[in-house]
Design a protein around this ligand. Sequence first.
Ligand code: ZN
Length: 213
Amino acid sequence: MTSSSLRDWLISRQRRWGTPIPIVYCPHDGVVAVPEDKLPVVLPKHGENLDEWKITTCPKCGSVATRETDTMDTFVDSSWYFMRFTDPHNHAQPFSKEKCDELMPVDLYIGGKEHAILHLYYARFISHFCADEGLTAHREPFKKLLAQGIIKGKTFKSKSGKYLQKDEVTEKEGRLVETSSGELVTTSFEKMSKSKMNGVEPGDFVSEWGITL
Ligand SMILES: [Zn+2]
């Protein structure tokens, strides 16, 4: 699979949480993968000393070696979780081929605009990789994509450019004005955001429609 717009996928992140990268650095053997029977690598808990955790032994020669401390990008997890969902209690494998083949591919992928590019590429890449490795029968993970776009909300702005809440605005002689100052208010539709005060208040919907779990 090739793409004209996807660059190399840099998966490492410098942070204390996330999925560990199972690599050890040995002064003799260089970069050594942690063998399967030593997986998973478990990150140090909060308060544990990272420098002590880093020190380990080389799986190849037994020398003192250091662990990789970067963790993986969360896209690595979101690229195959739907396959894990087909077999969530499997403690020996990511998923069994039989169960994955029974339910995959996903019938409908619904996502925002931002998912249509990066996540889709990464998920497809992992899916093609699993197919090449014989882990799954399917190559493409999603049968159909529905990009729902961005949901916008009505925005009220004062003359000075300040965002206003709906209840700070009143209609006067056919025009919208800021209630406190009487100044004209402009309206538009923008991407929903707390700072723009144009989101949907869940409480209002719950009181009007109720909620069922
Ligand atoms: Zn070694």
